[in-house]
Design a protein around this ligand. Sequence first.
Ligand code: C2E
Ligand code: CA
Ligand code: CA
Ligand code: CA
Length: 275
Amino acid sequence: AKAEGRGIHRFFEPAMDVAVQTRRGVELDLRAALAERQFALAFQPFLDLSDNRIAGFEALVRWHHPVRGVVSPAAFVPIAEETGMIVPLGEWVLRQACREAARWPNGVRVSVNLSPVQFRSGDIDATVIAALRDAGLDPHRLELEITEGVLLQDNASTLAILHRLKGLGVRIAMDDFGTGYSSLGYLRAFPFDKIKIDRAFVADLSVRPDALAIVRAVTTLADSLDMTTTAEGVETEEQLSHLRGAGCTEVQGYLISRPVPAEAVAPMLAGECGE
Ligand code: C2E
Ligand code: CA
Ligand code: CA
Ligand code: CA
């Protein structure tokens, strides 16, 4: 039975399955999935190291496919970007994340990933404003995570949009910091509120001493630029203690919690208060 189970799993391996389909097929699949409400959000908390309390949750999209089961975003976000389906999907994510967050206690933030493609679509700022208004969410409680890809597109309007959103009180985070070619240059291009230190650097903390020097340099730089830092992918107590020592503002990772379904957020926050 075990061998059989493994065989079935391999047959429906999401990445493989997606790879053999045509782009058009996947696009149609995604479109149908959106209409049929097959997407859901998982929420992963990030912890403020100054008081060890949950500062907010990052919304991560999941595809509950009727046949393939839960498909990870790595398997469909790139195709959703190529086909443009990320625009309606991203809008759904944004609206759903704001609606959920509006039910959380007032200080708790929600963080939403934005694709560069959503910026090219033109009216992302109007979409954000409408999502906040319809959910009744204070803009200060929303963070938007963008990668350097957003600033890579040589587009003056991208910067204008980011400034407009920041002006509303929305916080802007640079995601996956350190993985690109000129991350430092991007810190000059836009006044981010938060830098997310990529989990590759966090993973290295346990194995190579120079990784700590890099993390310290990033937190020092962030401090002097009036930005906060969030370390991603924290999995061990050892990494956590290094990150505390390095003056990181927030931590996120399996050590604190895996991404959880929306219904699990309130109990997690309640459990925290009871501690
Ligand atoms: P990301 O924004 O860098 O998100 C962090 C990813 O690392 C998530 O994977 C999360 O589940 C995973 N992770 C968190 N803690 C740990 C840890 O301690 N160890 C390890 N090994 N992994 C950890 P996920 O949910 O599969 O998302 C993958 C990527 O897909 C995200 O990377 C993001 O780039 C993209 N994505 C997810 N949701 C959305 C969305 O709504 N819109 C867009 N545009 N992209 C999204
Ligand atoms: Ca992210
Ligand atoms: Ca990241
Ligand atoms: Ca990433």
